[in-house]
Write a protein that binds this ligand. Structure first.
Ligand SMILES: Nc1nc2c(ncn2[C@@H]2O[C@H](COP(=O)(O)OP(=O)(O)OP(=O)(O)O)[C@@H](O)[C@H]2O)c(=O)[nH]1
Ligand SMILES: [Mg+2]
Length: 341
């Protein structure tokens, strides 16, 4: 339990604490984009074999994965990063200490994230009961076959160790020009949306237990935050037509967490209609939780969508078995906090 926990009826409760471990070049780039924008309860930690990159990162917490190569780095070889991550286990454990939610973030295909992420997932999942999410970019199709193989190998190895594996193929994130800047801005906004959804209190709140129930239902994840100054309906349509949502296998969807943030002026009935547009695309037994915050927010209106697809994940299932047999959901235009009927 977290250090700012209070006793309620003899039970320690506290604010949710999250840690994001940003691995390798992609992970550290994304954390730097989020610099100064994360709530105090969410701690970014830069983790790299590349000492120069670590030194320039804005993150206050850093873990150096020291390889045996003369100038550091992993030289695109995951084996070097694996060994270095094995050596850094105690620093990594210390870095995530007290976290209820851990996100492991990176770009697969190179040496550092592809080698270190499987070791870190395995180690943390064996040591901790925290929810552990993996968020990884996949290489562009034009990158070489060795890079594709390294990414595929790391994915297969990690999947059973994580509560949810969310992949962002770089080619889908910026399908027209393949711009990594556009991918990174989409990814960092999505991650920020997830952190807001879990760590910040909303009018209709979603919490870690809701997340746990959702995670118990599926092992493949979808995450996207869509913002729109043009209003909720435009945001909903943009999300429903996003290449990542179209790629997500909706027929296999097992759970959906959706939250409207910064919904200043949005009525609860409008929120319900938006939810219904998603629910209509999902199987009847898909578990749906929704959240809503109607307070004005300088970040504007955002729609955060986290979905899982089957099969159920063994790790999350073990911890949330009681919640895996929810009855089908009925969505109405006047939703209540958890619209389970
Ligand atoms: N979205 C996104 N993808 C990136 C970025 N940089 C690299 N990539 C992709 O991620 C893969 C791995 O690159 P890096 O993250 O630099 O690799 P690394 O984990 O640091 O590994 P090494 O540098 O080889 O030790 C590349 O093949 C690209 O597909 C980035 O800033 N954003
Ligand atoms: Mg690197």
């Amino acid at each position: 339990m977290t250090s700012d926990a209070v006793q309620v009826g003899g039970v320690a409760v506290g604010r949710i604490r999250a840690t994001i471990l940003g691995l390798g070049g992609t992970g550290v780039n994304l954390l730097d984009l989020l610099h100064g924008r994360l709530p105090p309860t969410c701690v970014p930690v830069a983790v790299d074999t590349d000492l120069e990159r670590l030194q320039t990162s804005a993150c206050l917490k850093k873990v150096f994965l020291q390889t045996s190569l003369r100038w550091g780095g992993a030289g695109h070889d995951p084996l070097h990063a694996r060994r270095a991550a094995e050596q850094a286990k105690s620093s990594l454990l210390e870095a995530v200490s007290g976290s209820d939610l851990i996100v492991i973030l990176g770009g697969l295909g190179g040496g550092t994230a592809s080698g270190a992420a499987p070791v870190i997932s395995q180690f943390l999942s064996s040591q901790l009961s925290s929810s552990i999410l993996g968020m990884f970019t996949l290489p562009l199709p034009q990158e070489n076959p060795i890079i594709q193989d390294q990414a595929a190998y790391a994915l297969a190895e990690m999947k059973p160790k994580l509560d949810l594996l969310i992949t962002f193929p770089n080619g889908y994130c910026a399908p027209h020009d393949g711009s990594l800047d556009r991918c990174n801005s989409m990814l960092s906004e999505s991650l920020l949306g997830l952190v807001d959804l879990i760590c910040s209190p909303c009018d209709v709140n979603l919490d870690l237990a809701d997340l746990g129930h959702c995670l118990a239902r599926g092992s493949d994840g979808f995450l996207l935050t869509q913002s729109s100054p043009a209003g909720l309906e435009v945001a909903v349509r943009a999300l429903l037509n996003h290449p990542l949502w179209l790629r997500f296998n909706q027929a296999r969807a097992r759970s959906l967490m959706m939250c409207i943030l910064g919904g200043d002026g949005v009525t609860i009935a409008q929120a319900g209609t938006s939810l219904e547009m998603f629910a209509n695309q999902l199987p009847a037994d898909c578990l749906i939780y929704w959240g809503f915050d109607g307070r004005p927010d300088p970040k504007g209106l955002r729609l955060v969508c986290l979905a899982t697809a089957g099969p159920a994940n063994a790790r999350a299932l073990d911890r949330h078995r009681a919640f895996c047999d929810f009855r089908p959901l009925l969505v109405s235009n006047t939703p209540t906090a958890h619209v389970l009927v």
